[in-house]
Design a protein around this ligand. Structure first.
Ligand SMILES: *Cc1c(COP(=O)(O)O)cnc(C)c1O
Length: 372
């Protein structure tokens, strides 16, 4: 029986060549060398991001964002409950109270209306998650935030090479975080990046990135010695990681074209299958203001029972399909703190959403047989 795993890493072929160059030619393996610069420049030039800093993960980039926003004990941070734990943990680590809000009924992205209703005098930040790489309704959210002087952080972990209208995701909020984890479109195994769009955070971001020292300014010759000037941590990835990532970035268009083809194949299958109707199964919605970066393919089934049955059926056929996100507001760690409010749309996606294998080694012919 053919096994169809949920994810396998895609290798362009140039990764080891660049790693060899870093090891034997550049002879620099710690962070912020040639390949780190190349990766950061790539994003700044291609998507017009103001300033980028590679990190060891998206989780780390979110933690940097929480430090930069000076999140303090008692501050409130609004975010969707339907997200990965890192979105929340970064702010919980600074003492914030997380206000988890519901998603839209038509899409797993956060509801701007729900955000609006959750804003109080204590709200310090709003964190949006572009689920499946599909843009949140950013005009509504930025307007709300700007009116009240609240910061917006984009968790763009899944949103590389995606847009809201004509603005690249990750370039809209005051800060944004990307992931290059193995399961994302562009990968270095583990990896991430902080984007600093609001210039007031540029200098401090570099200090926090360099363990709370002004080392980066020292290497540019701006100060004659470097020392401890702020809080910080070890957020830089090694040049080996950056070299791997750069090999993926220079092939980004090719990777994205291949992923879009697979996405279209799934979508065509579900939209044209003679025995399916919209009551049995919902296909992903891409709103007019968003674009599709082919991060994942999911369907929404009728019920939790149908979804679990389907996962089991596919598993028996060797196909690894998965669900996504147990709601954070109802999690063992946070249910008591959040008061466990009813978030019906979040609950529906948590119960009924099914993610299908999505990577560039999927044998779609075999999979189509099984799906039929
Ligand atoms: C993958 C993911 C993360 C975590 O990324 P890491 O690079 O593994 O830290 C955070 N938020 C969302 C929405 C993700 O999908």
């Amino acid at each position: 029986m053919t096994k169809i795993p949920f994810n396998t890493p895609y290798i362009t072929g140039k990764e080891t060549e660049f790693i060899k160059d870093a090891v034997y030619q550049e002879k620099k393996l710690s962070g912020n060398g040639k390949y780190t610069q190349l990766c950061q420049n790539f994003f700044e030039e291609k998507y017009g991001f103001n300033k980028c800093l590679l990190t060891t993960s998206c989780t780390d980039a979110l933690e940097m964002a929480a430090i930069l926003l000076n999140i303090q004990e008692g501050d409130e941070v609004i975010m969707p409950s339907y997200t990965f734990v890192s979105t929340a943990n970064a702010f919980v680590l600074r003492g914030a109270k997380i206000i988890f809000v519901d998603t839209l009924s038509s899409h797993p992205n956060v509801s701007p209306e729900a955000i609006k209703n959750a804003i109080t005098d204590k709200t310090k930040a709003i964190v949006v998650v572009h689920y499946a790489g599909v843009a949140c309704d950013m005009d509504s959210i930025m307007n709300l935030a700007n009116e009240k002087g609240i910061f917006v952080v984009e968790d763009a972990a899944q949103a590389v090479d995606s847009y809201y209208k004509d603005q690249a995701l990750g370039g809209i909020g005051h800060l944004a975080a990307f992931s290059f984890h193995e399961t994302k479109n562009i990968s270095s195994g583990e990896g991430g990046m902080l984007v600093i769009n609001d210039k007031q955070f540029e200098k401090r971001a570099e200090t926090i990135w360099e363990k709370g020292t002004n080392r980066a300014a020292f290497f540019r010759g701006e100060v004659d010695k470097y020392g401890w000037v702020d809080v910080g941590s070890s957020f830089l990835p090694s040049e080996i990681t950056a070299a791997f990532l750069y090999a993926q970035l220079i092939d980004l268009e090719d990777i994205q074209n291949k992923r879009r083809k697979l996405w279209e194949a799934y979508d065509h299958f579900f939209k044209t299958h003679p025995h399916l109707n919209q009551n049995q199964l919902e296909t992903p919605l891409i709103p007019d203001y968003a674009c599709n970066n082919a991060h994942m393919y999911y369907v929404v089934l009728e019920s939790l029972e149908k979804r679990m049955e389907t996962i089991q059926y596919l598993k028996n056929k060797g196909v690894h399909a998965v669900f996504h996100y147990l709601p954070l507001h109802a999690s063992p760690f946070y249910a008591e703190k959040s008061g466990n409010p009813a978030l019906p749309n979040t609950q529906r996606y948590s119960d009924c959403l099914l993610r299908l294998p999505f990577h560039l080694n999927v044998d779609f012919k075999e999979l189509e047989k099984i799906l039929n």
